[in-house]
Design a protein. Structure first.
Length: 161
């Protein structure tokens, strides 16, 4: 139990964090790009989700089906990819990066009844990617998973104009 507690709460020294990033071939510029990707996806999901109005007591309120929620996520995912493609940053449509974010949003966002929690996902990612705060081993593992899955599915296209 103590090992788990240390994993999620004990800060890693800045020197060890730098070493960890270098050993895992994780570059600050790409980390910033992937942070932009995550925030863009989250913003599109938040701004376009018509979702379940939990404040309503109306008996005829319509709930979104699981299929509707998945379709919404897919639309947001494709919109995010299209936006980055305009900047010559082409992400594959499918792959482990898609599976990671689809699973995350279906479990954490769409199934969440508390609107405040749904709205705090952006803040969660901001804190996760904030290199000015101490990282835990758990933070580093999450960043690694996001970084490597996006990096594996990114192609940089040169503009020919």
């Amino acid at each position: 139990m103590e090992n788990f507690f240390n994993y999620v709460s004990k800060p890693v020294s800045p020197e060890d964090v730098d070493l960890w990033f270098r050993v895992n071939n994780m570059y600050p510029e790409k980390l910033e790009l992937f942070f932009d990707f995550v925030l863009s996806l989250n913003l599109i999901v938040l701004e376009t989700y018509l979702g379940d109005d939990e404040d309503s007591t109306n008996e005829t309120k319509i709930r979104l089906s699981d299929e509707d929620k998945k379709n919404h996520f897919n639309w947001c995912w494709n919109k995010t990819l299209d936006n980055f493609k305009k900047e010559s940053l082409v992400f594959e449509i499918e792959g482990e990066h898609y599976e990671y974010f689809e699973s995350f949003y279906l479990q954490v966002f769409y199934q969440q009844k508390d609107k405040k929690v749904r709205n705090s996902i952006g803040k969660f990612f901001e804190e996760l990617f904030d290199n000015k705060r101490p990282y835990t081993k758990s933070d580093l593992d999450m960043i690694y998973d996001i970084y490597k899955s996006l990096d594996k599915n990114l192609t940089l296209k040169k503009n020919i104009d």
